[in-house]
Design a protein around this ligand. Structure first.
Ligand SMILES: *[C@@H]1O[C@H](CO)[C@@H](O)[C@H](O)[C@H]1NC(C)=O
Ligand SMILES: *[C@@H]1O[C@H](CO)[C@@H](O)[C@H](O)[C@H]1NC(C)=O
Ligand SMILES: *[C@@H]1O[C@H](CO)[C@@H](O)[C@H](O)[C@H]1NC(C)=O
Length: 498
């Protein structure tokens, strides 16, 4: 019985369709798992949150099923007890808003008067003409949904994690796997694709069953010997930013909160790009805007990540332009999800505490010699889920804030979203039980991994910490951060005006 996805299918109508589509379309392609040589662009390192996972993490093994060892992991001396993974969805389509802007830009190119086209004189094809003829293959319905490459991101991540932590991802543990996801299609679909990857892990060489995932019954009978805990949709946990009144008032709906983003859009670095692009594409500079330039840049990233092609949109920009556009993207993340405002990270306290509650419970069970009820916990969310949490924990904090005016000074900043939260990015907490000749005293230790690489702990810069030390370092957040209070908007007493 496939209890998990079976129940997932019954959660709400929207994810039903999404999961069905996810299963049907990816099942037929599982044999294509072996990554081909990826098409690359010199601009790839600067795509920010639209970075492909393999570009941010080039050390990945070509064969995700190969056994892996990371010498920094504690495997040798301790036993892994629990793994809590926060996973951003895989590669996705552009949003409807981005597609609208792209269409506007395309219209602009097609409206160019023939006389504007310097190429006729030169007898060649200009970039503007090439772009006007380049297919606009994104349609409104795609609106941010997971693409096939995104499913592959998830299946491969599952295979690699299962190889890295074989004891935790054992067959017996599958029945106790806990899966929580944001309600967005791309996250629900990512969870389903991850489970497919696990199927491959448990049944190497056996193609996943050929099912039409339209009915829970058929889906369940297709995976007779796989059981897992009921997947749950939990937006309060995975999309906490939608539920935090103070964040919504002070940042999300506040026209001036992203002041530095807007100022940078009209600043000299962007103006320089606007002029260059207008000249290259032979369109009036007044018809262009920073937003349209940004969407052109993203289209290069989408064509690369989704279609695996290097489109002429990539030829519009050089590396210096790409660095400026990366900064524009990072500025937004910084002010909306990162250190820009305290509430950005404080709104994630409940998620942070949730992770530690899982770890606490596992330790309690282990200490009383009970089986750990949830050895593997998978939580699927967004870049907007991970960035606030990493900021809350003190990661990637620069000495100076990112502003519209310090682009040059911030060239070597830590806060680069392409390195932190590419597609399929993941933050993993691993709890170990240590009791052997070296550590005669029973101990619990923790390691963290970001994008499958050990992340040194913020308090010690070490690769491992005693669980108690970690809890002690974050005790303020664990004890005094209550979303209900943090997110409360102080009521203005208007009757004060006498
Ligand atoms: C470009 O801008 C001009 C003047 O601002 C406007 O009249 C024209 O409609 C614009 N062209 C397009 C294709 O949007
Ligand atoms: C909006 O943001 C600005 C800049 O941070 C701040 O001064 C202002 O108080 C905010 N407005 C609200 C309603 O929170
Ligand atoms: C608002 O202010 C008035 C006058 O200062 C006071 O009587 C009233 O209790 C206040 N209301 C709240 C909700 O604090």
């Amino acid at each position: 019985m496939l209890r998990g996805p079976g129940r997932l299918l019954r959660v709400t109508a929207a994810p039903v369709a999404a999961l069905a589509v996810a299963l049907v379309s990816s099942l037929s392609r599982c044999s294509l798992l072996e990554p081909e040589d990826p098409v690359v662009s010199a601009l790839s390192p600067y795509f920010g949150t639209k970075t492909r996972y393999e570009d941010a993490n080039p050390g990945l093994l070509p064969n995700p099923e190969a056994p892996r060892r990371d010498p920094e992991l504690l495997e040798e001396t301790c036993t892994p007890v629990q793994l809590v993974a926060l996973i951003r969805h895989g590669t996705r389509y552009p949003t409807a808003k981005q597609i609208r802007k792209l269409r506007q830009l395309h219209g602009l190119l097609q409206a160019r008067r023939p006389g504007d086209d310097g190429t006729r004189a030169a007898g060649g094809r200009s970039l503007g003409a090439a772009l006007a003829n380049w297919p606009l293959w994104y349609a409104d319905w795609m609106d941010g949904q997971l693409v096939e490459k995104g499913r592959q991101d998830m299946r491969q991540l599952a295979l690699r994690l299962a190889s890295l932590f074989p004891a935790l991802f054992s067959r017996e543990n599958y029945g106790r796997l806990q899966l929580v996801t944001s309600s967005k299609h791309r996250c629900v679909d990512s969870g389903a694709a991850f489970l497919q990857g696990l199927w491959q892990h448990y049944h190497p060489g056996v193609p996943p069953p050929d099912v039409a995932g339209d009915r829970p019954g058929r889906l369940a009978s297709a995976y007779p010997d796989m059981e897992c805990g009921p997947p749950r949709i939990n937006d309060k946990l995975m999309r906490f930013f939608d539920y935090c009144e103070k964040f919504l008032t002070q940042v999300e709906k506040n026209a001036t909160a992203l002041y530095h983003v807007e100022a940078f859009k009209t600043g000299p670095e962007m103006q320089n790009i606007l002029n260059k692009v207008a000249a290259t594409l032979q369109v009036p500079v007044n018809n262009l805007s920073a937003d349209l330039i940004q969407v052109a840049f993203f289209t290069c990233s989408f064509d690369l990540a989704i279609k695996g092609v290097k489109s002429p949109w990539c030829d519009v920009f050089d590396i210096d332009d790409a660095k400026v556009l990366e900064y524009l993207n990072d500025l937004k993340q910084y002010w909306k999800r990162g250190y820009g405002y305290t509430i950005n990270s404080r709104s994630s306290c409940t998620l942070f505490q949730d992770i530690f509650q899982h770890l606490d419970k596992a330790i309690e069970q282990k200490k009383s010699s009970q089986p750990v009820s949830s050895p593997v916990i998978l939580q699927f969310g967004h870049a907007e889920t991970l960035l606030p949490l990493l900021s809350l924990m003190g990661y990637f904090k620069d000495k100076e804030p990112l502003t519209a005016y310090n682009y040059k000074e911030q060239m070597h900043r830590k806060f680069r979203s392409g390195h932190i939260v590419p597609y399929a990015s993941n933050l993993i907490f691993v709890l170990y039980h240590c009791k052997n000749a070296k550590t005669p005293k029973e101990e619990f230790r923790v390691q963290m991994l970001l994008n499958e690489k050990v992340l040194p702990l913020a308090h010690s810069q070490q690769t491992v910490s005693l669980y108690e030390d970690l809890k002690n370092y974050y005790k303020d957040i664990l004890q005094s951060c209550h979303t209900s209070e943090e997110c409360d908007v102080p009521k203005v007493n208007t009757s004060d005006e006498l």
